[in-house]
Design a protein around this ligand. Structure first.
Ligand code: TMP
Ligand code: ASP
Length: 257
């Protein structure tokens, strides 16, 4: 693993050069950060769970026609993905008020929104990923007008599909963040937009429908404890962690390096 060339190292993942042109290997670390990396921890096994959960989501999304960067999982912590030029925007979809929406607009956390909302944040750690409008995106060329429309349409499709998928296992999809990239297939100079990065409890808010328990990274942000256990519960409900014996033993599942 360490012999491969590092293309990019982020807070929770490393991207290595892939085995063929146009591919990358995405490695999931156990590192957790919050509040623009002011809070940090290492959560044993988180990377293994996120690798599996993200594989599950990307595979199902691609089965319903949403193009993604995912090619295949390679091992406990790595997946082979298509190389993309990341669009420098984080697309957040919200179904229920929480997090910065509640803080910024004074909407009570837990209030169901009148309709799903799509927000854009500029990917810029130095600026703390500020909220941006369509006007900024167009004027500064972060995405073309057609791409902007495509990002919204794709994100809402992802929301519909994932909301149903989670609801079926007793989980409310409160909100989530997506990233997209431009992929050049073969010799084509016309890029195709692919869903990229990861979809995991690091990038979603997931609440148990019955109890309201948080099953996502807010457990870490708010010091609620049981972070990896909550991620394992999500994996178990999705059928990724096999039945009881194995699901009771997060350690045996996640100790791959
Ligand atoms: P927010 O309420 O803090 O704006 O977060 C909205 C959603 O986006 C939530 O599901 C967490 C996710 N998110 C990320 O994945 N990465 C980030 O850097 C931030 C700020 C939020
Ligand atoms: N991922 C971001 C960070 O490291 C923020 C967050 O998810 O809360 O700081």
């Amino acid at each position: 693993m360490s012999k491969k060339r590092v293309i990019y190292e982020g807070k929770a993942k490393i991207l290595y050069e892939g085995p063929e042109p146009g591919t990358l290997i995405q490695y999931f670390k156990d590192d957790a950060t919050a509040f623009n990396a002011q809070k940090r921890a290492v959560l044993d096994g988180k990377g293994v769970l996120n690798n599996r959960i993200s594989e599950f989501m990307m595979t199902r999304l691609s089965a319903v026609g949403i193009p993604t960067h995912f090619i295949r999982r390679l091992n406990m912590r790595e997946q082979l993905v298509k190389k993309v030029d990341i669009i420098p925007l984080e697309v957040v979809v919200r179904n229920v008020a929480a997090g910065t929406l509640s803080k910024r607009l004074g909407i009570e956390e837990g209030q169901v929104l009148p309709r799903p909302m799509v927000e854009f944040y500029l990917k810029d750690d130095a600026l703390g990923d500020p909220l941006v409008t369509e006007e900024h995106i167009a004027a500064f060329g972060w995405a073309a007008a057609q791409e902007y429309d495509d990002l919204i349409a794709m994100s809402l499709r992802v929301n519909d599909f994932m909301s149903g998928l989670f609801a079926a296992v007793g989980i409310r999809l409160v909100d989530f963040k997506l990233e997209f990239g431009r992929h050049y297939e073969g010799d084509s100079d016309v890029p195709r937009i692919l869903l990229a990065d990861e979809i995991s409890p690091d990038s979603c808010r997931l609440w148990d429908f019955e109890t309201g328990d948080k099953l996502d990274k807010d457990r870490f942000r708010r010091d609620l404890g049981g972070v990896t256990e909550a991620y394992a519960e999500v994996a178990r409900r999705l059928g990724i962690l096999k039945e009881s014996g194995e699901s009771d033993n997060v350690v045996s599942f996640t100790n791959g390096k």
